[in-house]
Design a protein around this ligand. Structure first.
Ligand code: NAI
Ligand code: NAD
Ligand code: ISE
Length: 336
């Protein structure tokens, strides 16, 4: 039994998911691809030598009879329309983060999904599948550090392009922490504030970089996250949770220790694709297996909605400089 997948958006992560479905994972076949830039779609077909039809319209791809499930890996602002279209077609859909860029669009998605009576959406939050984050979560849940009090985190990219602007530090980058930290702490956010330190000279006019995001949770845990997307030196994800009797930190990715040239050193990764490669593999395999079994269990559209609610408060604070409240309705039983 093979799951036939159609992929909308064949850029960096779309192509990488096509590669993993084709070469690494089992149970799936890419039968359709689409991209507003049709050269990208054709390139994905030839690079991975797949037998997939190229569609001009993502909506036609979703409707195609031989497409069982959909993967949305286009730019964030385009996710909502494709996810809604997949729900309308009654097809499972894996949507890269963010689920949508506005709260209103996320609400529309969770309403449409609930009206369908069955979970159809998995959001591409892969960190809950990462071994390091899972060990952190277990250590906290086991009480190894006592009650958690503070989190110090950093999300650093080596560099970003001119299209990456100030609010994307939140909606594109911090969104991973917004999702994973509430999962890690089993808590919800109540407020957010964004602070701008001195800017790096490696940024451009439309991007304030770095940024510091301060979050507070219901139980009073204080979180600081540094987002620094032109840090130059590498792709670096840090997370330390300080508890009453100890600190637990995200492990560094495995790398050899080098003694050479009168130095003792370890390499730092530069590409997000490598940093979470195992997590992406497990996440997408989980999606494939869940679709074949007829029941999704990974990050839901509720998780996508909650992250977007928190992101919107952060973006507001970028403009006001103030502490902005975050309030959420109760999670419907459908998503529990
Ligand atoms: P990209 O720019 O490399 O690729 C996006 C592709 O989508 C491009 O080929 C573009 O032509 C196409 N596209 C844009 N609008 C479209 C539309 N309306 N219909 C069809 N195709 C369309 O971007 P990248 O880095 O691959 O990011 C894509 C999405 O994946 C974003 O939402 C991003 O946030 C997410 N992402 C998630 C990561 C993760 O760690 N989970 C890592 C990188 C990206
Ligand atoms: P769990 O049901 O024991 O607990 C998860 C809790 O976190 C629930 O309260 C749930 O509502 C919440 N949650 C789940 N995903 C979330 C997210 N993305 N953001 C915020 N809150 C979230 O589940 P678990 O076994 O700890 O699994 C957590 C995630 O890892 C799930 O997405 C699951 O599908 C996946 N998973 C991966 C593996 C693996 O081997 N990698 C194994 C089991 C589960
Ligand atoms: C990108 O879209 C991702 O999701 C990466 O994981 C993140 O590190 C990067 O900042 C985003 O632009």
């Amino acid at each position: 039994n093979v799951l036939r997948i159609g992929v909308i958006g064949t850029g960096a992560i779309g192509s990488d998911h096509i590669r993993r479905c084709t070469q690494t994972l089992s149970g799936a076949q890419i039968v359709a691809v689409g991209d507003v830039n049709s050269d990208n779609a054709r390139k994905a077909v030839s690079s991975y030598n797949i037998n997939a039809k190229v569609y001009d319209s993502g909506h036609d791809l979703i409707k195609a009879e031989d497409v069982d499930v959909v993967m949305v890996t286009s730019w964030g602002q385009t996710h909502a329309e494709y996810v809604l279209s997949a729900i309308k077609a009654g097809k499972y859909v894996f949507c890269e983060k963010p689920l949508a860029t506005t709260i209103k669009d996320c609400q529309e998605i969770i309403e449409a999904e609930q009206a369908c009576g069955k979970r159809l959406v998995q959001v591409g939050f892969m960190r809950p599948y990462d071994k390091g984050y899972r060990e952190l979560r277990n250590a906290i849940a086991n009480g190894d550090i006592g009650m958690p009090l503070m989190v110090h985190a950093a999300h650093r990219n080596q560099s970003v392009g001119e299209n990456y602007v100030t609010n994307m530090a939140i909606v594109d980058t911090l969104i991973h922490e917004l999702d994973v930290l509430r999962w890690l702490l089993e808590d919800d956010y109540v407020s957010a504030q964004v602070i701008f330190p001195r800017s790096t000279r490696h940024t451009h006019a439309k991007l304030r970089d770095p940024q510091i995001i301060l979050l507070e949770t219901k139980s009073g845990i204080r979180i600081d996250v540094e987002v620094f997307v032109n840090c130059q030196y590498g792709y670096d994800i840090q997370c330390a949770v300080v508890g009453e009797k100890g600190i637990v930190s995200l492990p560094e990715p495995a790398s050899v220790t080098m003694r050479s040239d009168a130095k003792l050193s370890k390499s730092i990764l530069t590409d997000w694709k490598e940093r979470f490669i195992d997590a992406y593999d497990i996440e997408v395999q989980d999606f494939i297996d869940s679709c074949l079994a007829g029941k999704l269990t990974g990050p839901s559209s509720w998780n996508g909605y909650v992250a977007t609610v928190a992101a919107e408060a952060c973006v507001k604070s970028q403009e006001t400089g103030k502490v902005e409240p975050i309030s959420l309705p109760n999670c419907p039983s459908f998503y529990k």
